[in-house]
Ligand binder design. Structure first.
Ligand code: PLP
Length: 394
């Protein structure tokens, strides 16, 4: 049996196929910016792509490449491209796939900067975009224009935990000649494999679940085909937003425990979601593992688990959100998500404070919305923490 047809957990530990003459059990950090050519002829072959030899770390590096192979294998893609951050991955994809006069369709609830860069910056180069509620795919069909090139989906979405049907999106994309790009940060390949559902490209903020320890910022692009991989890789090299060897080493280390971390975190999340749903000060809870989630059935079909992100609404609105933030003792008041520690955030006063009330309403971000990224602590302690903080909320 080879690593290729082994199970997900085995691939997490043995994937990437790194081997060296020293028999290193772990992938070493190749902290070198440049690599010596044995001869001028070998240098020439490297540049022509006829040799596997390394040239320069922005183009490729053994530590970075080991991680790229690993994540690509887990996503069932042709190849991975490591980037300096999740935004580096997203910019690589936008820059490679969108040209002057092109149009992109995306969800109205996506990671803020994924939208801001299109509307504020790519628009300067003539790229147009439309944001719709993609959990109803009819809205996507209505938004398609003759110049639409990219359909960019994040599911579950940020911070509303709304779910979009990826199979339906891939059918729409195929019928209309669009490239389907999916931000898979919230699920990780352990819980969702967009390429298997028909997507062409997956992007990740590895800062979140893939690394899982809140100690690096990094990103990854995975392409389904060789052609797409080559196009995206050359763009990353041109932009210079490569991952670095030391970061890659830490992510390789974090990635090994992705499944055990996710199992524990989502077990905790389910218990907390049920607790919150019964709490008198909580108006609503959005978690794909709850039957009350509007796309509960779709989540069960397209994901292998509901994940570790919960959003919930406080009856008391804005002030209650702030009071809760100021009173948690174990959960950490911080943005980001997907780490071993539980993080709590209040979008209306924090990440989305600059978004207009109209856009917030359209994206379903109410003043009392709280986003909770559940960690792997003892769940009884997390519930104790929420209980004592909610007691102080009006
Ligand atoms: C954090 C995040 C990003 C951006 O990633 P960085 O590593 O911070 O650049 C993109 N998409 C989603 C869903 C995220 O949560």
């Amino acid at each position: 049996m080879s690593v290729n047809n082994s199970g997900f957990n085995t691939k997490l530990i043995h994937g990437g196929g790194y081997k060296d003459k020293y028999g290193s059990v772990n992938v070493p950090i190749f902290q070198s910016s440049t690599f010596e050519f044995e001869t001028a002829e070998e240098g020439a072959r490297c540049f022509l792509g006829e040799s596997e030899g390394y040239i320069y770390t922005r183009i490729g590096n053994p530590t970075i490449n080991a991680l790229e192979r690993s994540v690509a294998e887990l996503e069932n893609g042709f190849g991975g491209i490591g980037t300096s951050s999740g935004m580096g991955a997203i910019n690589t994809v936008y820059m490679a796939l969108l040209s002057k006069g092109d149009h992109m369709i995306s969800s109205d609830a996506v990671y803020g900067p994924s939208r801001v860069i299109i509307e504020e910056h790519y628009s300067r180069f003539g790229v147009d975009s439309t944001y719709v509620t993609t959990s109803d795919v009819e809205n996507i069909k209505k938004a398609i224009k003759p110049n639409t090139k990219v359909l960019y989906i994040e599911t579950p979405a940020n911070p509303t935990i709304e779910i979009t049907d990826l199979k339906a999106c891939s059918e729409i994309a195929k019928e209309n000649g669009l490239v389907l790009v999916v931000d898979n940060t919230f699920s990780s390949p352990y819980l969702q494999k967009p390429l298997d559902l028909g997507a062409d490209v997956v992007v990740h903020s590895m800062t979140k679940f893939i690394n899982g320890h809140a100690d690096i910022v990094g990103g990854m692009v995975v392409a389904k085909t060789k052609e797409m991989y080559k196009k995206l890789r050359s763009m990353m090299i041109a932009l210079g937003c490569n991952l670095d060897p030391h970061q890659s080493y830490l992510v390789i280390r974090g990635l090994k425990t992705l499944a055990v971390r996710m199992d524990r975190a989502q077990e905790n999340a389910m218990i907390i979601a049920e607790y919150l749903e019964k709490h008198p000060k909580v108006e609503w809870v959005r978690y794909p593992g709850l039957k009350s989630h509007p796309q509960y059935e779709l989540a069960k079909k397209q994901m292998d688990g509901p994940g570790a992100l919960i959003s919930f609404g406080l009856k008391g609105g804005f002030q209650s959100g702030k009071t809760l933030m100021n009173n948690v003792k174990i959960s950490i008041l911080a943005v980001s998500l997907g780490g071993v520690e539980s993080l709590i955030e209040h979008p209306a006063s924090m990440t989305h404070s600059k978004v207009s009330p109209a856009d917030k309403a359209k994206a379903g971000i109410s003043d009392g919305l709280v986003r909770y990224s559940v960690g792997i602590e003892d769940v009884k302690d997390l519930i104790w923490d929420l209980e004592q903080a909610l007691e102080k909320v009006k």
